[in-house]
Ligand binder design. Structure first.
Ligand SMILES: O=C(CO)COP(=O)(O)O
Length: 253
């Protein structure tokens, strides 16, 4: 079975003490995630090393960054490179979150470059895609997401793409309390898998985890994750509360 993943995206939240407490609560809960299930905590840059340290010895817990720059190193004040993240033993990097696309003008081409630099540094990208409400209302979501995939990902070869996680995050469901229904999530996930299958064949497409993101909480996680093409979630607000996130972890198939 492909990996089932509960990924937390803390976004730009929590001070050091709160981050410390949340990590402690997650570790102390001592949740055993067996087999193909895992947790990724995508924390703000200043807490990456702390998270690595705290999660040492916790099985199936991985640490992620929320972004990286397109270049290897150099005079780019304020940016963080993929090789720096790798040197801190970070495992995953979220690439192309809709907030980065919207507020920091990250185009599909910039994301194409970020994906390449992550793979070159042996970091696993969690590539985010998803449409706005306007696109969904025009029933153009499939075409929109397919373009995002084509312009940022589908240049990779089959071996590279196996190191990937995709997160479908409809923008209209992020932080709004408005979740896509489990059926809407399934429909898009199946479509994404079909696009992958057309390019890489069914074996590769079946091996890639596709997460759903957008107002996932303890109360709806089981239903959404229960769908055949939904392999877990990328969770924002609800990942800031230990007991809520633990219940989400426990909702993985
Ligand atoms: O953007 C998200 C995760 O990356 C989803 O955020 P919320 O879970 O707060 O809706």
């Amino acid at each position: 079975m492909r990996k089932q993943i509960a990924a937390a995206n803390w976004k730009m939240n929590l001070g050091l003490e709160e981050a410390n407490n949340l990590l402690d609560s997650l570790v102390q809960a001592n949740i055993e995630l067996s087999g193909d299930r895992e947790t990724v905590l995508a924390v703000p840059f200043p807490y990456l090393l702390l998270a690595k340290e705290k999660l040492k010895g916790s099985n199936n817990f991985y640490v992620g960054a929320q972004n990286c720059y397109t270049k290897e190193n150099g005079a780019f004040t304020g940016e963080i490179s993929a090789s720096m993240l790798k040197s801190c033993n970070v495992d995953y990097v979220i690439i192309g979150h809709s907030e980065r696309r919207e507020y920091f003008n990250e185009s599909n081409f910039i994301l194409f470059q970020k994906i390449d630099i992550c793979l070159k540094n042996n970091l696993k990208p969690i590539f985010c895609c998803g449409e706005s409400l306007t696109v969904r209302e025009a029933e153009a979501q499939n075409q929109y997401v397919e373009t995002q995939l084509k312009e940022s990902l589908l240049h990779l070869d089959a071996n590279e793409v196996r190191n990937f996680v995709i997160a479908y995050e409809p923008i209209w469901a992020i932080g709004t309390g408005k979740t896509a229904t489990a059926d809407q999530a399934q429909e898009m996930h199946a479509f994404i898998r079909k696009v992958l299958s057309e390019k890489y064949g069914d074996d590769v497409a079946q091996s890639i985890s596709i997460l759903y993101g957008g107002s996932v909480k303890a109360a709806n996680a089981k239903e959404i994750f229960g769908k055949p093409d939904v392999d877990g979630g990328l969770v924002g607000g609800a990942s800031l509360n230990a007991s809520e996130f633990i219940q989400i972890m426990q909702s993985l198939k």
